[in-house]
Design a protein around this ligand. Structure first.
Ligand code: PA5
Length: 448
């Protein structure tokens, strides 16, 4: 198996006896997940997705991705939360943060509708000027405010540029198969549509059209991605507890949490994984953070953040642990050049590869953080490619289900995200009696 869980930097904190003691709970949680008998079990479509995905839809994704590649310079993906994080994580994981600057044969991919930031949207519209643009609006519910606003702005923009008929071939909609405002609009206007399956929630949807269309547009091989996820699924379903990385990860997280480690920091040593960390934060934060429970998911990129948050991690509150993602091989090779004058006194590094130095930074940091009382779990994988992305996605989703059931919460709902939305609708004057009553009450509080 390409993905392995290295516990070398954890042993001082979690003993074999503890891992054995929690085993029955983890095995029960795994059974609840795989037998689909727990809370939220109508959102388990992602479990079999790597082998049971809709092959016609998959072929359509590839066809449309090709058409998009041929007809635009810029592809704008409009969506928020689970409707954009996976696609963005994949594209950056594969090509790095400079994909848009470096991509020559495939369109630049920008993301909109994941905030209400007028400057960001205005900048993106400026970037689009003089370029051919296609858009993909992604919303399972079809009614989320942030993407709906961005979509309205882009529809107006595309109509001005291409006319009502011309814009039709430039709009791709990913939403529910039957219901929602977005579905109604897409059907009425004749836009190409893709389906978010009923039984797959937003944060588990990257391996559906939600993630796969933008990922395919970037030129990635989505067959390899599904194969990576399928191989991981096979391992996690069959491997016994001690050899099952998802069960081990879920066990370790729960043991550390019970021992007072309330914050988990996702650590990577490559900026290409910044968005993977954002995707992971949503997955674990929304799945576990409820009923006044749950590990707070945070993230850092080292060695950059060793010069900022590193101080806190080394010596601040001892409530942290780290999960470190390490590729065995780097996607690029830069040897340290020779300088006969050794002006910078760095000649002792001459000839070494930058990745080797980065990996030394990892070992040095893990040991220092261990000494400071911070356990480190290390996930090692071969290299940043489509197969690894598929493996990692499935690994984290499966482990999240097992971990959340062990914690005793429903991993597949997110009741808490409604509160800010209801307040916002009320304050913005959305029609409806319930909004009006809430508005009066909220305005009183604001004025106080
Ligand atoms: O995980 C989730 O369910 C959420 O993050 C949603 O993906 C997010 O709120 C966007 O919802 P929608 O796709 O309905 O616009």
């Amino acid at each position: 198996m390409a993905l392995t869980l290295n516990q070398n930097y954890l042993r001082a904190f979690v003993g074999e006896n503890q891992l054995e003691a929690i085993r029955p709970e983890i095995e029960a949680a795994k059974a609840t997940l795989t037998q689909k008998s727990g809370r939220g079990n109508d959102f388990l479509g992602w479990l079999d997705l790597p082998i049971a995905y809709d092959k016609d839809e998959f072929a359509k994704i590839k066809r449309c991705a090709k058409a998009i590649q041929e007809s635009c310079d810029i592809f704008v993906v409009i969506g928020i939360g689970g409707s954009y994080l996976g696609a963005r994580a994949a594209i950056e994981f594969l090509y790095g943060q400079s994909y848009n600057a470096l991509s020559k044969k495939t369109p630049a991919v920008y993301f909109a509708g994941n905030n209400i930031d007028s400057s960001a949207l205005s900048d993106l519209l400026s970037i689009c000027e003089g370029k051919d643009v296609c858009i993909n609006v992604v919303s399972k519910s079809g009614k989320t405010t942030e993407p709906a606003i961005a979509f309205r702005v882009f529809r107006e923009y595309l109509e001005k540029r291409y006319g009502k008929e011309g814009m039709k071939n430039r709009i791709y909609v990913t939403t529910d198969a039957r219901k929602g405002k977005l579905k109604e609009l897409a059907d009425a206007e004749g836009y190409e549509t893709f389906v978010v399956p009923d039984d797959v929630g937003g944060r588990y949807s990257v391996l559906t059209a939600v993630g796969l269309l933008p990922i395919a547009v970037s030129g990635a091989d989505i067959d390899k991605m599904m194969a990576g996820a399928a191989a991981m699924r096979e391992t996690l379903l069959s491997a016994p507890y001690a050899e099952n990385p998802a069960c081990q990860y879920a066990a370790i997280r729960n043991l550390l949490y019970r021992g007072g480690k309330k914050t988990e920091i996702f650590v990577s040593y490559e900026s290409a994984m910044v968005m993977l960390a954002e995707w992971w934060k949503q997955l674990y934060g929304e799945s576990e953070g409820k009923e006044i429970k749950g590990i707070f998911p945070a993230s850092v990129t080292f060695s950059t953040d060793l010069h900022s948050l590193g101080q806190y991690i080394q010596q601040g509150e001892r409530t942290l642990f780290e999960t470190v993602l390490i590729p065995r091989e780097s996607n690029a090779s830069i040897p340290i050049p020779c300088d006969p004058d050794d002006i910078d006194s760095l000649s002792f590094l001459e000839g070494k590869n930058l990745h080797e130095i980065n990996m030394t930074a990892f070992k040095a940091t893990a040991l220092a953080h261990n000494d400071g009382g911070v356990p480190n779990l290390v996930l090692e994988f071969d290299r940043r490619d489509e197969t690894a992305f598929g493996e990692l996605v499935y690994f984290f989703e499966f482990a999240c289900g097992v971990s959340a059931y062990t914690l005793g919460v429903n991993p597949f709902d997110q009741p808490g995200v409604e509160d800010y939305k209801n307040n916002m609708y009320a304050l913005l004057g959305k029609p409806g009696e319930e909004h009006a009553a809430r508005r009066a009450e909220l305005e009183k509080r604001i004025l106080k």
